[in-house]
Design a protein around this ligand. Structure first.
Ligand code: COA
Length: 536
């Protein structure tokens, strides 16, 4: 492979403004993460301390190998929802390393409403389970939760993707041979009691850890029986009488150390990279100078590829055909990948090239990396006559049914069917990350408003009326633009868990390397090879 050249000019007069725009967005993300990580009430912290409990983040720190890499998942989930206080949707979680084993980890944050589970908390738990299932990673949970957040019980309880699905998944994960280890670190009531109950192995902390289907107040109300939490579901009782737990721990640290020892006894998974990693030739920090934060401003995605891949080496496939989609092979941290990156809208040729490229990678067992900065598919009479929808079908079908692991980074705009064809969330990339400048919506605000104005004018014409005036146009345009701005940005997307997290652009290579390494704990192919019908 040959290294990509760069047209980056350190004296480019536009670079400082681009860097400043990135720094502003990065600053917002960093301060949101700092708030989500640390902003808790003094009362809740004091309650933890008086009970001798560690906080959720302290527990994770002790659980994970010191200095090991950690991919936080959903670090800004539920941001701005439920009055803004349910940071990280109620749990610290991610993919981390315990005794050298890559695991999915989750620690309920009992400093937020007793660790109770909100709708977004369910969504996050299901996403973490999906990561464990797809990548065959052990799941370690540190449970400290009062179960369902009762005021919103109807939104977390009955539906397909509600709370019950967590326990359904636990049973199926166990059947798949995905180890699930659980530390009972607080009073785990009702739904939260099922997390340890459905786990393969359980350690429980004496005094503070309890498991019961109904806590003492409910038991008193229901049966008149007066019982302490320790008698009803404490560690001594569950490890020596009921057998619900397997091991008694004297305190949080003791329980976590036990879990670390148990993880050390699991079989080691994963696949070593086929080459040793080499740093990119071009400095990843220059991404801030090169990449515009507004998705409509053009730049060459090869400048990004050259700052992500080993030695900046890239073997391009079909460079002269469908040139607004770049395809080719490279190594990331020693792992061979096929990369698809946008250099403009998707034309028929791009879709055909992508379909060809995805088939090549699928046949050869090469994971795929999608770098999304896509305004969508081109529109217009000539393109429809040329069969753009049919060609889009081929690309979407190839993305949907290829069997190798896929990874997506939204590095700019992600609009319309471009989001689908470039492996958006609904296309099950193993991980999906966003840059702080990412924008995502079915179409731009201006276009959406124009469509609606057009529809209104057509309705009026059918009633014999003339088109709406400039004031009415503004009344349609302004709220839609505002809506797209507030709902189409990366912070809104990540709050809704449309991604796994916002990453710092210069760290993209490391995040992708860790994502690929995590994914290769599962068999390379996810299901039988082959595709459906390609409409030709
Ligand atoms: N739904 C909504 N809010 C709940 C809740 C629930 N199930 N359980 C606790 N909370 C809230 C409390 O109102 C309190 O809110 P505040 O911070 O605004 O004051 C906060 O969580 C902490 O509760 P508190 O009881 O003060 O803390 P604790 O550490 O002593 O105990 C629990 C925490 C979760 C063990 C305890 O509150 C409890 O047993 N809750 C009931 C659990 C239950 O029966 N759940 C059934 C779900 S199906």
């Amino acid at each position: 492979m040959r290294p990509l050249s760069t047209s980056f000019d350190p004296a480019d007069p536009g670079a400082p403004a681009r860097r400043a725009a990135h720094e502003k967005l990065l600053g917002e993300v960093r301060s949101a993460l700092a708030e989500a990580g640390t902003s808790r009430s003094a009362k809740a912290l004091a309650r933890h301390r008086e009970q001798g409990k560690m906080t959720a983040s302290e527990r994770l720190d002790r659980l994970l190998d010191p200095g090991s890499p950690f991919l936080e998942i959903g670090g800004l989930a539920a941001r701005g929802m439920y009055d803004g206080g349910v940071h990280k949707a109620g749990s610290f979680a991610g993919v981390g390393v315990i005794e050298g084993h890559t695991c999915v980890v989750q620690a309920n944050d009992a400093m937020v409403k007793g660790g109770t589970i909100y709708p977004m908390g369910v969504k996050k738990a299901l996403r973490l389970q999906a990561i464990a299932i797809e990548n065959r990673l052990p799941f370690v949970s540190l449970v400290d939760s009062g179960g369902a957040f009762l005021p919103l019980q109807s939104e977390v309880f009955p539906d397909l993707d509600d709370g019950g699905r967590i326990f359904y998944n636990q049973a199926r994960m166990s059947k798949l041979g995905i180890p699930q280890l659980c530390g009972v670190m607080g009073l785990c009531t009702a739904g939260a009691a099922y997390i340890p109950a459905m786990s393969d192995e359980v350690v429980q902390v004496r005094g503070t850890g309890a498991i019961f289907l109904a806590g003492p107040p409910l038991v008193r109300a229901a049966t008149g029986e007066d019982v302490t939490p320790e008698d009803l579901g404490g560690a001594a009782m569950h490890t020596s009488v009921s057998g619900v737990s397997d091991m008694l721990a004297e305190n949080d640290a003791d329980a976590i150390d036990y879990l670390r020892r148990r993880v050390a006894c699991l079989p080691q998974g994963g696949v070593a990279p086929s080459r040793s990693a080499r740093a990119p030739l071009h400095d990843p920090d220059q991404l801030y100078d090169i990449v515009p934060t507004e998705p409509h401003q053009p730049y060459d995605i090869r400048e990004v590829i050259g700052r992500i891949v080993d030695a900046s080496e890239f073997e391009e496939f079909k460079p002269d055909y469908g040139p607004t989609l770049i395809t080719g092979w490279a190594y990331i941290h020693g792992y061979l990948v096929g990369i698809l990156g946008n250099n403009g809208p998707l034309f028929s040729e791009c879709a055909l090239k992508a379909t060809h490229f995805i088939q090549l990678c699928d046949k050869r067992g090469i994971p795929l990396v999608f770098l999304q900065n896509v305004p969508g598919f081109v529109v217009g009479k000539a393109f429809e006559r040329g069969g753009i929808t049919k060609h889009g079908q081929q690309m979407v079908a190839a993305v949907s049914t290829c069997t190798v692991p896929k990874f997506t980074v939204i590095v700019g705009g992600s609009f319309g069917a471009g989001n689908y064809a470039m492996c958006g969330r609904a296309y099950s990339p193993r991980f999906l990350w966003m840059w702080p400048n990412a924008q995502i919506s079915v179409m731009g605000g201006e276009q959406a408003a124009r469509v609606l104005i057009d529809v209104q004018n057509a309705q009026r014409a059918r009633s014999g009326l003339g088109p709406i005036g400039p004031e009415e146009e503004q009344a349609i345009l302004v709220p839609i633009l505002e809506h797209t701005r507030s709902e189409g940005n990366a912070l809104h997307a990540t709050a809704n868990l449309w991604d796994d997290g916002i990453i710092e652009p210069h760290r993209t290579r490391d995040v992708l390397g860790l994502s690929i390494a995590a994914a290769l704990h599962a068999p390379l192919r996810d299901g039988p090879e082959g595709f459906g019908v390609f409409r030709t």
